[in-house]
Write a protein that binds this ligand. Sequence first.
Ligand code: HEM
Length: 332
Amino acid sequence: MPGKRLFSYLIALVVLGACGAVSPWQAPHYQEHPLAGRIWNVAEARFADKAELIAALVSADFILLGETHDNPDHHLLQAEIVSAVAGAGRRPMIAFEMFDMTQQQALAEHLKTSPEDSAGIAEAVGWRKSGWPDWQLYRPIAAAALHAGLEIRPANMSRAQARGLAQHGLEGAEPDFIAGLGLDVALPAEQQENVRQEIDDAHCGYAPAEMIDAMAFAQSARDAHMARTLNSGAKEDGAILIAGAGHTRNDRAVPFHLRRMAPGRSILSLAFLEVSEGAPSPPAYAAPFNSQSLPFDYVWFTPRVDIRDACERFEEQLKKMQEGKAAAKNQL
Ligand code: HEM
């Protein structure tokens, strides 16, 4: 480093030191938590460093990166991983849960005319109407992928399809559609019960009891659809999935379907989990998954975006949805 630049660098370090360290995190809560920033190797029950994790990811055919949707740190770390995997010479396809099949054409057309324009994706696919958190949160992942020349695809089935399944369950669906997703073979009973529990918990007891089976079926169908997208889009360089952590759990979600669809190909599931107050050790984070152990290969702990009670937030969201529906009705 030339003398003048080295000097400026040292001055910057001194100033930063005097002002206190700049936090590497965007999420505001529990940045000082003992697990924040640590990586946990689940099978070996020990902490791992980033080099070990990247090496494991680079050698897997399917790389599943499970997130909390509104946590910007999760997306920045996903983007870092995409760059690291591409930097190691891999060119996997990358599929997003947040895009569905109805957006496939618009996404492909946009990327054909503007192959590096990650910002323009939002408008091209009508992201604002989709209900997902701001595109700016996801944009770093898309930017890293496009910079590396990776193909981006939607992973999810359409909302209309999922709603149809949630209303009518297996009986309401075309047999070919079900067979194409491999859902004619039921999940093992224990895992089915685990999905039902997830649906019940996620809707804070508001999901009508008589609908839970069909909603659980819709959730599994989404998993199977994402697995099929990964398997069909993956060439020799494999594929990466960006999805909620629940979809990336090894015991029953996308990995379960991938194992059936692509036997012999390797899968690595990394979940980014937000730390909780009073939970200083990794095994404590298995309970929210209704599981004895963490259902991932690795977990990367980060600070938390929102410390309000999850069901309080659910009720707020539900109220907004109901107000939106009432406003739309009044306009007719
Ligand atoms: C603030 C959180 C949430 C709210 C307010 C909410 C609300 C709803 C509502 C009103 C429906 C009825 C169908 C519709 O109109 O879309 C529904 C369906 C559904 N929800 Fe949730 N939900 C939330 C979180 C979750 C989570 C975390 C999961 C995942 C475990 C989930 C899984 C499902 C599934 C599988 C369906 C069936 C239809 C579909 O897949 O789109 N929901 N949700």
